[in-house]
Write a protein that binds this ligand. Structure first.
Ligand code: ADP
Length: 586
């Protein structure tokens, strides 16, 4: 929570009623979304409804013991976050209170009430290096200097978007706290390393563009079949044990995003604790530094107050937008948006609003789309390019995708990675169901793959998709009459599809080499299987029985390409051997 907000407290009211996280106050002069301090303890809340003399507030802290007659103070400011160096390597709650600072303030890991702390350390000194000098003209959004925020990331200090801009009259290198002026303009404006921004309002940009670059993840099934764009949106359902955590860690580690913002939104308490414990342990494979050096974590367990869960998504996306404005590619992962929606549902029912489907408020769809809309590939205010990609987990109760949160999410996001408990049970990892998943970015990303990987990337992919589709249809027949009843060519198709599943779609996140597969290798594996396909069908046409084709010694080595470091030579050899051995049969 913003420090400045706290200082400008101005109006008083009186609590009229308390219902869980929802408090009404009388005689409070407030506007929608103003931040207020509720009760003798000064619990933080936000105005969500005003009717005549009564103001309704959602409170971000536990309200037990709070009662009518206690005071309510209005800050007159919306819920804002503190933006500046120090957001990386930090773990926050839903209203950007740093968990470590809170813990040390209270001497216990159990969050007390009414405790506040700024989102970034206001006293810490940072090494500022200006990139402008006296006489330079700067406009809103322009970068005026840099700060080594972590070992990995250089923080760019920008002119706030609501400044006028002008000529630089002072800019000096040195050690400064985030509240000290580092650059002064001729109109008296002083740029500090600190900005505040209301979380419910998207930060401005010049233009939102059609994303045309993939967010390469190094995961074959994602890059190969269901790519997400830089600035794109994806949803991933997470049935228990299906590999959601592993998939998210893989994306956080390997996706070619500069910055990761991970919003843990109200998953079961111990799961969130796992995230808080796991993430700081992860290494960043690209730099060898800790992954936290380019990560900001927002953690709200489901035992934290429901309203704070509602705000964590906004806090996360605002932080993501700030790094986007510096020109970075940011990946935001929200886990799980279902818990966020449930928080909305709870608040809405306390307000006695007219419920929509399954008790969710009628504005559920609007809120979800407002959130995902903040993703995108942007020309920033200063003319740079930056992106925010959003990957939202959904956790439909009982894995039933027909429920409102999943359905509304699927209407908005353009990529769907269907994690599948059955596949996980069969130890097919990543357990992403290729029949149910989709990416609507394919067409707009194909030119990138054609230009940067291979000319026939789209054709190779289509070939694989067709074979997997055919397998899917044939499986129904196989279940009825058995595989041996199929004609030989169809048996061979099943064999090719098996290699697509085992050598291409499966990928071991825990193998040092297989864990990351660059697009060239993803393509290479596909062509190796395609070579087998073509040579095998030639052999079949020449009269070779399918059993003999299946018994060819070199073919199973397809399944070992993933773990090869020297995969180019391996694939070349393997293609030659498969061809030779198959041709020997006729
Ligand atoms: P969830 O978070 O959905 O409950 P996890 O991500 O913890 O599930 O995955 C459960 C187990 O599945 C992991 O411990 C691991 O053994 C296995 N697993 C999941 N994804 C992969 C993968 N890509 N490669 C290898 N094993 C995996």
């Amino acid at each position: 929570m913003s420090q400045a907000t706290q200082d400008s407290v101005r109006e008083d009211g009186i609590i009229a009623s308390v219902s869980g996280p929802v408090v009404t106050a009388r005689d409070l002069d407030a506007r929608m979304n103003d931040v207020v301090y509720v009760g003798d303890e000064g619990l933080m809340g936000e105005v969500i409804e005003i009717e005549g003399d009564l103001t309704t507030i959602q409170v971000y802290e536990e309200t037990s013991g709070v009662g009518p007659g206690e005071p309510v103070e209005n800050t007159g400011e919306p819920l804002t976050v503190d933006l500046g160096p120090g957001m990386l390597d930090a773990i926050y709650d839903g209203v950007q209170r740093p968990l470590d600072v809170l813990e040390s303030k209270m001497g216990s890991p159990y969050l007390d009430r009414g405790v506040d702390a700024p989102g970034i350390d206001l006293e810490k000194k940072w090494e500022f290096e200006p990139t402008v000098s006296e006489g330079d003209e700067v406009a809103p959004g322009d970068v005026v200097g840099t700060v080594p925020e972590t070992v990995t990331i250089e923080h760019k200090v920008m002119v706030p978007p609501d400044f006028e801009g002008g000529e630089v009259v002072a800019a000096e290198a040195g050690e400064f706290s985030v509240t000290e002026a580092v650059v002064e303009l001729d109109n008296g404006e002083e740029v500090t390393m600190h900005q505040e921004w209301p979380v419910r309002k998207a930060r401005p940009s010049q233009e939102k563009k059609t994303p045309r670059e993939p967010l390469v993840s190094g995961q074959r099934i994602l890059d190969g079949l269901f790519p997400i764009a830089k600035g794109g949106t994806a949803a991933i359902p997470g049935p228990f044990g299906s590999g959601k955590t592993v998939t998210q860690h893989q994306l956080a580690k390997w996706a070619d995003a500069d910055i990761v913002v991970y919003v843990g939104c109200g998953e079961r308490g111990n799961e969130m604790t796992e995230v808080i414990e796991d993430f700081p342990e992860l290494d960043d494979p690209k730099t060898g530094n800790p992954l936290m050096a380019r990560t900001s974590l927002i953690a709200n367990t489901s035992n934290m107050p429901v309203a704070a869960r509602e705000s964590c998504i906004y806090t996360g996306i605002t932080i993501a937008e700030y790094y986007r404005d510096m020109g970075y590619d940011v990946a935001l992962m929200a886990d799980s948006t279902s818990r966020w929606a449930e928080a909305m549902r709870e608040i809405s029912s306390r307000l006695e609003e007219m419920p929509g489907e399954e008790g969710y408020p009628a504005y559920l769809a609007a809120r979800l789309s407002e959130f995902y809309e903040r993703a995108g590939y942007f020309t920033t205010v200063n003319g740079n390019e930056g992106s925010v990609s959003v990957i939202g987990a959904v956790s439909p109760p009982g894995g039933d995708f027909s429920e409102p949160v999943t359905q509304n999410t699927l209407r908005i996001v353009k990529t769907f990675w269907a994690l599948d408990a059955d596949l996980a049970e069969r130890r097919h990892f990543p357990a992403i169901n290729w029949n149910e998943s989709y990416s609507l970015y394919q067409d707009q990303l194909d030119p990138w793959f054609v230009e940067n990987v291979e000319d026939d990337w789209p054709e190779e992919r289509q070939w694989a998709v067709d074979v997997l589709d055919e397998e899917n249809e044939l499986q129904e027949i196989v279940q009825l009459v058995g595989k041996d009843a199929l004609p030989e060519d169809q048996q061979l198709t099943l064999e090719v599809a098996r290699y697509l599943r085992e050598a291409y779609l499966q990928q071991n996140a825990f193998h040092p080499t297989d864990t990351y597969c660059e697009p060239e290798k993803t393509y290479g594996i596909l062509t190796a299987i395609h070579t087998f396909n073509d040579e095998a069908f030639k052999a079949l046409e020449a009269g070779v029985p399918v059993e003999e084709i299946q018994a060819v010694e070199a073919v199973p080595r397809l399944n070992r390409i993933g773990v090869q470091e020297d995969w180019e030579a391996y694939i070349e050899d393997l293609k030659a051997e498969i061809t030779e051995q198959l041709r020997e049969l006729y």
